[in-house]
Design a protein around this ligand. Structure first.
Ligand code: ADP
Ligand code: MG
Length: 384
């Protein structure tokens, strides 16, 4: 069906002209032909529009120029052609490069063209699906954030109920221990009641942390200069991390005074710094930075962006495996051995940020480090 093989036929040459016009007027698809080695032979307006190259710039060059450097290193362009030749078609999706160096998400089909048994080239159709892809990614992220928020909400409720019950039980235990120790003057009994009392006090401390996570603790809000607070806690933080870890500050200028619970804020920063220290047994560095930023609460993807004060603790530690990243804020989630971790540090951070009217964000690259950010509202509406 090669039009050139029917010389003199006006109809056929018209057909080929029509075909050319058709291909060229398609602007949503890059439609072009490659020779058997992958050298570009034709180009259309869609190609110009999607990839940004004029025909004269690409014809005669190898089509691998549209692939990213990593894909070229991985031999993907040649592989895709050989798949097309062997299977009769290659269809796939991936990132491709535009002339200006930006990337587009491309849906790609490659069909081999045979003349009898002989492979004479490839027809390649590329569609720009960047917008759709990004919309899907946004939707997935929003769904994920919503699920995560619902999960934390459910765990929060459960925790709150448990913590209240335990608090009541511990109060009874402590009152009874008090009575025993006053009524039985035997020093051996005293020793036992002291031990039991310490354990009960520890239990109370734990339930208090749980209450924070479950947002059952009333916050005591006051006007705070976060930078000044952080500067004041420098020594305490340095002492907590030891000699092998360096703590540095990167505090933004002109930050507003915010309304927060001072004790909870300090506890949260200390929790984060201690986590970073634990993640760097061989030393490393921690950067605490403050900034003003605009963001949208993850659970409210539809609402407009608001101003937040971001307080970030970033480390160069071991990072968090991807499979743990959605769980670390849960109370009692810990990867540390018994006695070293309670699993309540990040849940305090999460609970405090939420209850203050903000949220907490985690970013971690296994092997590279971790950043936890508390986004605290500039105009505090906590509890209102
Ligand atoms: N900066 C960090 N680097 C690496 N892992 C971290 C970091 N912060 C938290 N984690 C992980 O999250 C888990 C939960 O942290 P947390 O709630 O503070 O509890 P804990 O420190 O008692 O284990 C930790 O056990 C650890 O696995
Ligand atoms: Mg911790």
């Amino acid at each position: 069906m090669n039009p050139a093989s029917a010389p003199g036929s006006a109809d056929l040459s018209d057909t080929s002209r029509q075909l050319e016009l058709l291909v060229n007027s398609v602007t949503d698809y890059a439609i072009y032909m490659l020779d058997p080695h992958g050298v570009i032979r034709t180009w259309n307006r869609g190609g110009e529009r999607i990839k940004g190259y004029q025909a004269s710039e690409v014809i005669g060059t190898h089509f691998s120029r549209f692939y990213t450097a990593e894909e070229i290193d991985a031999g993907l362009p040649a592989l895709n052609l050989s798949i097309a030749a062997a299977n009769g078609r290659y269809a796939g999706e991936g990132w491709r490069l535009r002339k200006d160096g930006t990337q587009l998400r491309a849906s790609v089909v490659i069909d081999p063209i045979f003349d009898g048994d002989q492979l004479i080239g490839y027809a390649k159709v590329t569609r720009d699906i960047t917008e759709r892809y990004e919309a899907e990614q946004r939707l997935q992220a929003a769904q994920h954030a919503l699920m995560q928020a619902q999960k934390m909400e459910a765990i929060g409720k459960l925790t709150l109920g448990l913590a209240h019950d335990f608090n009541n039980l511990l109060t009874i235990v402590m009152n009874s221990l008090d009575l025993i120790s006053t009524r039985v003057p035997d020093p051996r009994v005293q020793q036992l009641t002291d031990t039991a009392m310490r354990a009960a006090e520890r239990g109370t401390l734990l339930t208090r942390q749980l209450l924070t996570f479950g947002r059952g603790n009333a916050l005591v809000s006051e006007q705070l200069d976060v930078n000044a607070l952080l500067r004041d806690s420098r020594e305490l933080l340095n002492r907590s991390v030891g000699d092998t870890v360096a703590v540095s500050f990167d505090l933004g200028d002109g930050l507003p005074i915010v309304e927060l619970d001072k004790n909870q804020f300090e506890a949260a920063v200390l929790n984060l710094v201690c986590n970073s220290r634990d993640a760097m047994p061989n030393g490393g560095s921690i950067t605490i930075s403050t900034r003003l930023c605009r963001a949208r609460k993850p659970s409210e993807s539809e609402s407009p962006e608001e101003d937040f004060l971001s307080v970030e603790v970033r480390d160069t530690g071991e990072g968090i495996p991807y499979e743990n990243q959605s769980r670390v804020f849960e109370p009692f989630f810990t990867t540390k051995e018994v006695g070293r971790g309670s699993g309540l540090g990040l849940s305090q951070v999460f609970g405090f940020a939420m209850q203050s009217g903000g949220f907490a964000l985690l970013e971690s690259q296994p092997g590279q480090g971790t950043s936890v950010r508390m986004l605290l509202p500039v105009e505090n509406r906590a509890g209102k």
